[in-house]
Design a protein around this ligand. Structure first.
Ligand SMILES: *Cc1c(COP(=O)(O)O)cnc(C)c1O
Length: 334
């Protein structure tokens, strides 16, 4: 696997830190918890989409695109990072936002990521819940072509094989950091949504024969569907990298027990996890992804799935800007 064979625009501050969390580890009394700080990728308050966008935006430039289209939920971190990345390289950006939660309050509709989308100058269009967003993007792309533009469509979450290369990169980077300091990683845990992060990580961890098990904590789909989505994308990504058999199906593991009532809907365990991380480590998580992922990690530690003496790396995928779209979910802080 040699990532330098693929076009890439440098957008992220890399490597991101790999840090021990002494207070949270002590407070939970289980394994030693480490955090891979992909909330510190540097672009527009950071987050995991920046690594994917390094490869996606390079592909868009290769294809002489002048406008980037993407889609997500209203408080999409992906849309915000895409708007910022497009601005960096001088492309226009249009984002299509689906109101998946059906919230209508001002924080959700206008603050957090939406405020930043506008600040970066992106065009925003709103769509109701359950719209076929891929069809909506295709339709908008046709209209732009008819107007003489060259649009480039980035799928939701930047999750295709090109975007997933960013998380192959993260796996290789984390392994190098761990090797440099003789840190034995026993488990790698990440939130998983549109699947590109987990798919890229599993290709990187398996393609290097690291022997490190990866667990995705789902934020939307049920376990079987999430694993199938991740596996399918991992196979495509491995093929793109020339290691087609790198990932066995049983290396793709997701746990969707922490979704609650649905995508983007707060849960008590998410609120506890976000608050605990803020008060123990002064690190900001997010309500939709990393907060639910951390809630899963905490529960799996309390139930003895991860044990004392083990080292667990949790990938911080970012998203803190989304907190400002969810002020009402945190009455203890409001
Ligand atoms: C998009 C996102 C994720 C999930 O990553 P996928 O590649 O979509 O699975 C996790 N955390 C945050 C903060 C995100 O914005």
């Amino acid at each position: 696997m040699h990532l330098s064979r693929f076009p890439r625009v440098r957008l992220a501050h890399l490597p991101t830190p790999l840090e021990h969390l002494p207070n949270l580890s002590k407070c939970l009394g289980g394994p030693d918890i480490f955090i891979k700080r992909d909330d510190c990728t540097g672009l527009a308050t950071g987050g995991n989409k920046t690594r994917k966008l390094e490869f996606l935006i390079a592909d868009a430039l290769d294809k002489n695109a002048d406008v980037v289209l993407t889609q997500g939920a209203v408080q999409s971190n992906h849309a915000r990072q895409t708007a910022a990345a497009a601005t960096r390289v001088g492309m226009a950006c249009e984002i299509l936002l689906e109101n998946r939660t059906e919230y209508t309050d001002r924080d959700y509709m206008e603050s957090g990521n939406v405020f930043l989308d506008r600040l970066f100058g992106a065009g925003i269009a709103h769509y109701p819940r359950d719209t076929d967003m891929d069809a909506a993007m295709a339709e908008r792309a046709e209209a732009l072509k008819a107007a003489g533009k060259t649009p480039y469509i980035i799928p939701g979450g930047g999750s295709n094989s090109v975007g997933a290369l960013g998380y192959v990169n993260c796996a290789i980077e984390t392994l190098a950091q761990a090797n440099d300091r003789s840190l034995r990683i026993d488990h790698f845990v990440t939130a998983t949504g549109s699947a590109g992060t987990q798919a890229g990580l599993v290709v990187g961890l398996e393609g290097t024969n690291s022997g490190i098990p990866l667990l995705g904590i789902g934020v939307r789909a049920p376990k079987e569907k999430q694993e199938e989505n991740v596996y399918r994308l991992a196979v495509k990504t491995a093929e793109l990298l020339g290691v087609p058999d790198a990932v066995a199906r049983n290396k793709v593991v997701a746990n969707s027990d922490y979704v609650g009532d649905g995508y983007g809907i707060p849960t008590d365990s998410m609120i506890e996890a976000v608050t605990l991380m803020a008060r123990e480590e002064a690190i900001l998580m997010d309500p939709v992804y990393s907060g639910k992922g951390l809630a899963g990690l905490i529960d799996l530690i309390r139930s003895g799935h991860f044990k004392k003496g083990e080292n667990v790396v949790f990938l911080h995928t970012g998203g803190s800007a989304g907190l400002f779209g969810y002020l009402d979910a945190f009455p203890s802080a409001a």
